[in-house]
Design a protein around this ligand. Structure first.
Ligand SMILES: [Zn+2]
Length: 386
């Protein structure tokens, strides 16, 4: 359990975490939007504040409730990604050995306090809707350090796919296997739908326009508001990716993690989703030239001195695979997984795979059934049901 020290209790109430909210029919969906989780990403904040004005002045009748929650307030003031630790990487630490509540007073990273305030804002929201059997939808708005079209990031569950697929932008599945402790994973683990929207480069004006388009379409798709055809087309056009980047599903095939970002330098000129061949020189890490280990598309190349993800390589997922996985996840075949060679069941939701026995396609099979696969050690995979 989380132990709140006096220090934390007094600090929890200091800021107004819920930026604004707009309530209509209490039986409609509840949409919770996060902005500025990274303090150098302000496009989402501008977009959400513009929308607040439009909602007020155009006199919308909402079928539901919208909340806007501000992310890293201290980092936003300073214009940096984070102050002490990344606010979008610490959500899996709660109730573990590394839980910051075990530290005392001023040793708390600034972001720990921010995360507690966000949790407490969420508790307030859940409590407020306690008596209504409403649907909750969460979205987290970001931008990237490289030039990019808009795209959506999601943990690969069927209900997340359900909200994400209605947007005409590339959709990247399975981010939770490569980036741990995100706010989206935390929300998913509470049992709610949550998707991440990346609007484009940090400072691009397009990023604000695309964030607004995303939000209007999200409200429309969730039936909180009803847009006419013309408005939908307009927003869809704003969101549309470059014709070279098909708006289909992608998954992450390679992840270059960096320990020390002062020793990492991405080679100039890569745009997000650029096609690369195996062997293409991509970056320097500790003075060593890093070449692409596989062909695919470059994903989130790092062009800022902050963050631990150098770059990733992604590729498209076939529609057949998506349909098959959607079918299998709803089926009883799950029960047969434990009979595969090298697979042992730890509990209802978790399997362990001995790679010395099960060599081929293990990861793919578990993905197909909707499991998150992480490497425990060189010879063992752990698979969690999402
Ligand atoms: Zn971000």
């Amino acid at each position: 359990m989380l132990q709140e020290t006096e220090f934390l209790k007094t600090n929890l109430s200091k800021t107004e975490r819920i930026r604004w909210s707009s309530a209509g029919d209490p039986n409609g969906p509840v949409i919770v939007l996060f902005v500025g989780i990274h303090g150098n990403e302000t496009a989402g904040i501008e977009a959400i504040d513009n929308i607040k004005e439009s909602l007020k002045s155009d006199d919308w009748d909402l079928h539901g409730t919208i909340y806007a929650v501000t992310g890293n307030i201290e980092a936003l003031k300073k214009g940096v990604r984070f102050v002490d630790v990344d606010l979008n990487r610490l959500w899996e630490l709660f109730d573990t050995e590394q839980d910051y509540s075990r530290l005392n007073g001023p040793d708390h990273p600034s972001e720990y306090l921010e995360s507690l305030q966000i949790k407490s804002a969420l508790d307030t929201i859940f409590e407020h809707h306690r008596n209504e059997a409403v649907e909750f939808i969460f979205a987290d708005l970001h931008t990237t350090s490289s030039e990019s079209c808009a795209f959506i990031l999601l943990n690969d569950t069927l209900s997340n796919r359900d909200i994400a697929r209605k947007f005409p932008v590339p959709q990247i599945l399975g981010i939770e296997e490569n980036i741990h402790g995100t706010l989206l994973s935390y929300i998913n683990n509470l049992g709610y739908k949550a998707i991440g929207f990346e609007a484009g480069a940090h400072m691009a004006v397009d990023s604000i326009n695309r964030s607004e388009a995303f939000l209007w379409m999200l409200f429309h798709n969730a039936k909180v508001i009803q847009l006419d055809k013309q408005a939908i087309n307009y927003h869809a056009t704003q969101l549309q990716a470059h014709p070279d980047v098909p708006d289909t599903y992608y998954d992450i095939r390679y992840h270059h993690y960096i320990e020390d970002n002062t020793k990492f330098e991405m080679l100039e000129g890569f745009k997000n989703f650029d096609i690369i061949e195996k062997g293409t020189p991509l970056a320097y890490d500790h003075g060593e030239l890093i070449k692409a280990e596989i062909s695919g598309r470059i994903f989130m190349p790092l062009y800022q001195q902050s963050g631990n993800d150098g770059f990733m390589i992604i590729d498209t997922v076939s529609p057949f695979w998506l349909r098959l996985s959607s079918y299998l996840r709803k089926s009883f075949v799950h029960k047969l997984l434990k009979y595969l060679p090298g697979v042992s069941q730890l509990d209802n939701q978790i399997f362990e795979v001995n790679l010395r026995i099960a060599r081929f396609l293990v990861k793919d099979i578990f993905h197909l059934f909707g499991y998150r696969v992480t490497k425990k050690d060189e010879y063992t995979l752990t698979c969690y049901r999402r």
